[in-house]
Write a protein that binds this ligand. Structure first.
Ligand code: FES
Length: 103
């Protein structure tokens, strides 16, 4: 899987926050910092394609800020249905840099 560098680790979002990054081909990625771990999801809610980076995360559950759909922040899978999911990207930190694995 190709790696794509997002940022230096010091530029990753603060705990409890998220930050948008542009991936190749114009895809947006939201990088979340949750309980000391980084998670990357495509920055589009499957409901109405709105950005999710401002969603709250509690106990590993991301709530879309627009209409409240909820997802597992680690997997992108909806709490309503396993058939609804936000694409997720495995995150790797190497040599002080944050990378995501692209499909
Ligand atoms: S756009 Fe996310 S719940 Fe509607």
């Amino acid at each position: 899987m190709p790696l794509f560098r997002l940022c230096p680790l010091q530029d990753a979002p603060a705990p409890g926050k998220a930050r948008h990054f542009d991936l190749p081909d114009g895809i947006g990625c939201a990088l979340f910092h949750v309980d000391g771990k980084l998670f990357a999801l495509q920055n589009n809610c499957p409901h109405m394609d709105s950005p999710i980076e401002d969603g709250a995360v509690e106990r590993g559950v991301l709530t879309c800020p627009w209409h409240g759909w909820q997802f597992n922040v680690a997997t992108g899978i909806s709490l309503m249905s396993d058939h609804i999911r936000i694409p997720s990207y495995p995150v790797r930190v190497e040599n002080g840099q944050v990378f995501v694995e692209l499909p």
